[in-house]
Each structure stands twice: as C-alpha cells, then as structure tokens.
Design a protein around this ligand. Structure first.
Ligand code: S3P
Ligand code: PEP
Length: 459
C-alpha cells in the first residue's frame, strides 16, 4: 500500500510543494519500465466534498465532514462559505489524507468578495447561497474562470427575482445583491453547457420560500450522474426532492438537516491510476471503492474493459488489470463511446485511446470545451504535437493509432490535462509536463502518488 504525502509534516495540500522531478518548471513524467502494479487509496471526492460543504453551511445545526478532499477547489469553497458567515474548523480525523472539518452555519451575510479560482462548483453553487445572504457578494476567479459559461446562473437568479449586476458577457465577474430571501417557484433554464447550473440551484432551493420547480429546456443535458449525486446528498439531509421526469426537479421548501457524513474517494481521480494498469499491461488496486455510489467514476469499471482490461472486486478493493500479449507487451484496443454522462473522465479515456492499436471515437462531450480549458482542443493539440492523429469533432474526438514521441505536454491550468499527459508519459519516453502543480485543484498528492506507484512497480 502506498503512503500518503500527509505522512510528511511539511506537506501542504493548499500550497505549492516542491515536486520531485520538476526541472525548469517541467515535470519529467515517470516512464514505466515494467507493467505498473500496486495498490493505493485515493483522496476524497471533489464533487461530494463541495456539495456537503454547501449543505452543511445551509443546515439547521453543526455537521462534521469526515475524510474530505483537501485541495484548491475545496479550500476555495471553504473560504467562500466562511466569508458568507459559516464557521469551518479542522478537527482530527481518521482519513489518510488530512483532518476532518466541523461546519457551524451562521447568519448569511453578504458584503464580501468570493474568489472562485477555476472551480466550477464554487462559481455555480455559491451564487444561489449568496442570494440568500443580506448584502452584495461579488464573484470573480482566475483568468480561465472568466471564460467559463455563467449566463445560466445569472439569468436563473434574475428570473427568481434576485438582482445580479454583471458586465453583460454572461461570465465572471458579477455581483449578486442578496436581500436575505428568495421567493423561488417555477423556473426553466438551459443547462446544456453544464449540469452544475442545475445542481447549484437545487442545493440552495430548500431555503427558497416556495422551494423550486426547475425544468431544463435545451438540446442536451450533460453529466446526469452529478445531478443524481446532488439529489442524493439533499435527501440524506431530509430535503424532499423529486424528479417526475428527465429534466425536471422539484425541491420542497424546508430545513436542511445537520448530519455527519463521510466522503467517498474521488473515483474520477482514480482514472489515471487505473489507466496506468491498462496502458502498461499492469494491475492497479484501489481500496475504499464504494459499493454503491452516484459518482460517474464508477463507470470506469465498465469503460476500461472496452479497452481490453479486466476488472475484479474484493470487498472495497477494485483491481483493474491491463491486457497483454504472450510476450507480455500491453494490448490496448480502440473504443467507440458516448461519454455524455461522464465528461470529466474524457481526458484519461482519450489518453488511453491515444495508446491503442485501433481507432477510437469518443462523442457526447462538446460541453467539455467549457471545462477548465477547451479540453477537446487541448487534448488534440497536445497529442498531435507528440505525433498523434487526433481530429476534433463537434462533440468529441476521433483518435487514430500513431507512434508517439516525447516532448513538452502543456497543462492549460487543467488538472486533468496534466494527469492525462502523465498517462502518455508512462509509455512514451521523454514526456515533460508543464505545470504538474495544477493537479492541486483536486489532487495535490498526484505527483507523489503517481511517482511512488510507478517506482514501486520497478522494484
Ligand atoms: O457538479 C459537479 O461536481 C461536477 C459536474 C460536472 O460538470 P459539467 O456538467 O459541467 O461537466 C463535472 O464535469 C465536474 O467535474 C463536476
Ligand atoms: C470540469 C471539472 O471541474 P469543475 O468542477 O471546475 O467544473 C473537472 O474537475 O473535470
């Protein structure tokens, strides 16, 4: 079992740590000279941690969040909620990846500025909370955050009677002028560019006077499992939520109960580690895998076998074993996949597909052009720079088999671009990742966990 960087007292999940192997700003992606084999734990889910933080701050009493994710996105969420009036303190916990948190809700007070960083969960989940606060709250974030779509959040709040002042571009920065209450009621929105517009409204809706009857009207609705996750965490806190048909959600007004929760490991962040087994013909075990979950990362257990891998399960341990030929060389088949429900898995899936011996087509992911970066363009650019044959489609990527060579892999401030470059670097010599530190968005331990997994396979 690999150890956590938390065993080192100097490790700071929110700061910039010296990453072994970084030379002139670039991280030499470890190359696997043997099939990657090992067992590890993955830190807590970003999506669950940031939902539970919001609900704990809106609840009717103090709650504890056990085994939370400590990363840039969860820190930004904590700072946002603190500045709106919640008290959040660290308490000792049993998780391998840092302390627990105790959250005590306070009176919601605006007159503050919130830094969303590049966190979609902060920029889409907190404005409805700020609508319930008394006083103005200004939202801004990284340069890249100003490019992410926010028009649906802004127009939703306005339709609910909340005054929002923006620069007319449908993006950050903007100011929500909260008056202490939101009437709520029926609302129709277009959430085709992000499911987070729906989740953000649902999370606060029980605190609206009339609750919310929300309908999505738009071409498509991505990332449905993330909306199911929102419904599940709301119900676990006693909120009455119904979805009478696909694309419609009704939240009754009422209390959000204070409950203690334990965060599941981030199954989407397990993707690169499991991919390491697939592309090297190795075998990687993740412990603590939940039996039941709304996390879309659980779909990896069905997706990775399409590449030729096998998946086995023993209690809370899940093992993915890559396919290899008689000589022991890894064998990766190309796949055809509609990834509408799991866009955040795309960078890891595309990296595996780029190492396959037959073509792949991944579709249903046009909306990931609005993630941390335009992920379709970024993946095509970086793979093609290394000799890949990747074509951008309107809603996906087509990947032809190609002999890849080393070079610098740009991260675009995108944690999942950085980790997909690391997957390529396992089997392609000389891949250097620019800004591996960007993994601190959701997995500050990545370079350390990755290097020790690869190194332990060599011994
Ligand atoms: O609600 C959430 O926690 C998330 C929803 C999804 O967003 P999109 O619907 O914008 O893809 C996902 O990709 C993102 O990583 C996290
Ligand atoms: C899209 C992602 O993040 P965010 O929560 O910032 O939207 C992601 O983590 O892949």
């Amino acid at each position: 079992m690999l150890t956590s960087p938390y065993s080192r007292p100097e490790f700071d999940p929110y700061g910039s740590n010296d990453v072994p192997g970084v030379v002139s700003g670039h991280w030499k992606a470890p190359q696997a000279s043997q099939p990657v084999t090992g067992e590890l734990q993955i830190p807590g889910s970003k999506s669950l941690t940031n939902r539970e933080l919001v609900l704990a701050a809106l609840a009717d009493g103090p709650s504890t969040i056990k085994r939370p994710l400590h990363s840039r996105d969860s820190r930004l969420m904590i700072e946002a909620l603190r500045s709106l009036g919640a008290e959040i303190v660290e308490v000792p916990g049993e998780g391998a990846f840092g302390p627990d948190w105790k959250i005590t809700p306070g009176e919601l007070i605006g007159s503050t500025t919130i830094d969303c960083g590049l966190a979609g969960t902060v920029m889409r989940f907190i404005p409805p909370v700020a609508s319930l606060a008394l006083g103005p709250t200004t939202f801004d974030g990284d340069e890249g955050a100003r490019r992410r779509p926010m028009a649906t959040t802004i127009s939703s709040l306005r339709a609910l009677g909340v005054d929002v002042a923006d620069e007319g571009r449908g993006s950050l920065p903007f100011t929500v002028h909260g008056t202490g209450n939101v009437a709520g009621g029926a609302l129709t929105i277009d959430a085709s560019s992000s499911s987070q517009f729906v989740s953000g409204l649902l999370l606060s809706a029980a605190r609206f006077e009339n609750g919310l009857d929300l309908t999505h009207s738009g071409e498509r609705l991505p990332s449905l499992p993330h909306i199911e996750m929102t419904i599940e965490v709301l119900r676990a806190r006693g909120v009455k939520v119904e979805s009478p048909e696909v694309g419609r959600w009704i939240v009754k007004p009422g209390h959000i109960s204070a409950v203690n929760v334990q965060i599941e490991p981030d199954l989407s962040n397990a993707a690169p580690f499991l991919a390491a087994a697939v592309v090297t013909g190795g075998s990687v075990t993740i412990s603590g895998w939940p039996i039941e979950t709304t996390q879309v990362g659980n779909d990896l257990l069905e997706i990775l076998p399409l590449f030729g891998a096998t998946v086995s399960r023993d209690g809370d341990k899940v093992t993915v074993t890559g396919k290899s030929d008689e000589a022991g060389n890894p064998v990766v088949h190309g796949i055809t996949l509609d990834l509408t429900t799991g866009g955040e898995l795309a960078p890891a899936i595309v990296a595996i597909a780029a190492l396959a011996t037959t073509p792949s087509t991944i579709t249903g992911i046009g909306h990931i052009r609005h993630h941390e970066t335009d992920r379709l363009a970024a993946l095509a650019n970086e793979l093609n720079k290394l000799g890949g044959k990747v074509t951008e489609l309107e809603d996906g990527l087509q990947i032809e088999p190609a002999e890849l060579h080393g070079g610098v892999w740009l991260s675009y401030e995108d944690h999942r671009m950085a980790t997909s470059g690391a997957i390529i670097g396992l089997v392609v010599p000389g891949v250097e990742i620019e800004n591996i530190g960007t993994t601190s968005k959701t997995l500050p331990e990545f370079p350390e966990l990755w290097s020790s997994l690869v190194e332990s396979s060599h011994s």
